[in-house]
Structure formats: C-alpha cells, structure tokens
Design a binder for this molecule. Sequence first.
Ligand SMILES: Cc1cc2nc3c(=O)[nH]c(=O)nc-3n(C[C@H](O)[C@H](O)[C@H](O)COP(=O)(O)OP(=O)(O)OC[C@H]3O[C@@H](n4cnc5c(N)ncnc54)[C@H](O)[C@@H]3O)c2cc1C
Length: 372
Amino acid sequence: MKRPDVIVVGAGIVGAACAAELQALGRDVLLVDGSVPGCGVTAAGMGHLVALDETDDELDLCLLSLARWDDWLSTHASLAEHVRCGTLWVAEDDAQMAHARVRAGRLGRRGWDAAELSGDALARVEPALRAGLAGAVRVARDGVVYPPAVAGALADTLVALGGQTRFGTAVARIDDGSVTLASGERVDAADVVVATGTAVTRLLPDIPIFPRKGHLAITARYPRRLSHQVVSMGYGQTEAGSDALAVAANVQPRITGQWLIGSCRQDGIQHADVDPRVLAHVLRSAIALLPCLADMKIIRSWTGMRPATYDGRPVIGRHPASPRVWVAAGHEGLGVTTAFGTAQLLADLMLDRPVSIDAAPYSPSRFAHVPT
Ligand SMILES: Cc1cc2nc3c(=O)[nH]c(=O)nc-3n(C[C@H](O)[C@H](O)[C@H](O)COP(=O)(O)OP(=O)(O)OC[C@H]3O[C@@H](n4cnc5c(N)ncnc54)[C@H](O)[C@@H]3O)c2cc1C
C-alpha cells in the first residue's frame, strides 16, 4: 500500500465527502471504515437537504453546502434518489406563523427562495394536511436524497481519482500523523481526519460529541403522494444536555411512494432500541398534521443517534493539541445537508486556502476548556 498524504477515518457521508474533496484537490487519500461506507448514522437519517437558519453560521454552512449539492446532483441525481420537493414549514397557530415569517425573511435575504402561504393556500398546495392550519413557509429549493447511496458514490469517486480505501477495518488509536488499526498495524500519513460521527470521542476523548437519539418509521408504498417535505414549525433542537423528549412532525415523500415519518430528539440514551411509547408519540404528532397517515401501514421503524455537540455546531478543523489531526464530525441532524460544505471548509483549512465561510464557530479548539 502506498503511503497516503491523508488518512480519513470514517466513511459516513461526512468522511466520504472529505475524502473525495481532498483527493480531487491533489492529496493522496486513504479512507478507512470499520464497516462499509454510509452504514453509520448516515443510513439512519431522513436525507432532507434543508437550509436551516437558527444561527447565521448555521445558515452559512448550509448554503455553502447546498450550492455544492446542486453541482453534485447535476450529474448524480438518480443515483442519490434526489427529489427537489421543497419544504413546507407548517405553522399551527399565529405564534408559529410569526416565527415562520422570520424564517422566510432570513432565507429570502440570502437568496434561498422562501414564500409565505396563507392557511387556504397551504391547503391547496398540500391537500393531505389537516384543515385549519395557520399557514406555512414554502422553501422551494430544499430537497431529499438517500444518504447511504451518496456516501457509497463518494467512496467510488475517491477510488476513481486514485485514492485508496480500507473497509471492514476499525481504527483503534489516533496519533499525530498516524493511525493504529484494530489489528495493531500502524499507518502513517502527513494528516489524519477523524470523521467517525458519534464515535469521535472514543478516539479523541477531548472532543465531546454525544448521541442524540431519534425515532423514524416508514409506510408501505402508496399511490397518494406528498408533494413536499412537511415539517412542523415546532421542529428544532433539543436544548443541550436536556433529558426531555422533543417531538415534532416531519414527514418526507420518498421516491418509492413511501412516507418517511420523524422525528424526535432524546439525550442521555445509549441504546438504539425502538421505544414503542416514543414511536407512538412521533406517529401521533405526524397524524395530527397529516390525518391520512392513520390509515397507512407502517412497515418498519428504527432509531438513529445524531452526533451532537453541546453548542449545536459541528466540529470542523485542526485538533488543538495534535496539529496533524483534523476533525469533521458532530453534525447532529444536519450532516447530510452540510457534508459537502464541511468537506470544502476542511479542505480550505488543510490546504491553507482562503476559507469560503468563517471557520471559527466550528473550531475544535472551542472545547479546550470543557472538562472531559
Ligand atoms: C433520526 C435522524 C434524522 C436525520 N435527518 C437528517 C436530515 O433530514 N438531513 C440531514 O442533513 N441530516 C439528518 N440527520 C443527520 C445525519 O444523518 C448525520 O448528521 C450524518 O449522517 C452524520 O454523518 P457522519 O459521516 O458524521 O457519521 P456516520 O454516518 O455515523 O459515519 C461515521 C462512520 O465512522 C465509522 N467508524 C466509527 N468508528 C470507527 C473506527 N474506530 N474506525 C473506523 N471507522 C469507524 C462508522 O462505521 C461510520 O461509517 C439525521 C439523523 C438522524 C439520527
């Protein structure tokens, strides 16, 4: 095996995007995963490509990434099962509608088309919604992909560009400029990128990333289609460190004719079992917006652990104590949307190029004061 310039550990959508980006920019990359590409949280999520705007830096990263998604999807749309369905942010009352208007303004000012809909207009564009909703914001350019297929395709691109992969090979230890595999073999490189999602803290104990559990369910195939991803304006982040169960409706049309139903956020739970009580809560909140779901058959339910951080931001950049170690992880519920932007930002930093967006909010050094 030729000595790589960069070892990327973790072939989820984030690590695979970083590996393909760095290889395309001329570094020789080795991508290592304990399993196969896209089999971690990337296989568990919803694949909603969505511009979120809770903070300016979140929106910066989303818009950087969504522009890159547009480029990539121009040649890979069918492989990615892409549908540009748009998002309907549905307001159940006037307070949520006021919040929705603020979102529409923020997105619109950044050129991400977002239109306010009255309750009547909403009923016309998405007739499956219950009557009597206050209105919505329709974000036309958001979309949906199938994330594991994207991670696999990015790993293939890496190989096509001359990069190397080792799958089914877990990394047991990270040092400054090398990794030690579970077999004991040591592989050296100029730089190491750790992109192992919720498993980052096991390899780098000073980078605190914790699991935030979500439940999902999918229906059988039906001829009746949703036209948009329908998300309650109540959908958002659980407060950091909170044990509370946060549930809000989020229903996605799949290209297969299935309806994918989410979701909720729970901290402090390590096991991945489906909790029937939590699942019932998720389904009830979806049915409250889309009553026809009550007559549809659920064929599978599962959970996924979002890789979360205490300040709600991903970790992208150089490790504060090991200059040849880089981190790309902690994307919580937005890692599919922000994978390409993360790869671009990481490459800018590694190759010492001008950064496309402010990198400071994502710096791993912000955890230097957090006790582990
Ligand atoms: C319920 C739910 C809904 C979601 N919905 C959305 C959504 O609609 N839109 C969106 O943008 N995001 C969504 N997300 C978030 C998104 O799925 C994640 O942020 C993203 O997949 C994280 O990708 P990753 O590459 O960082 O991690 P992962 O996909 O977990 O990849 C990490 C990889 O590292 C490997 N690995 C771990 N440890 C080691 C080791 N020691 N050695 C070698 N390899 C190792 C694993 O095998 C895995 O392949 C959702 C998540 C959940 C749970």
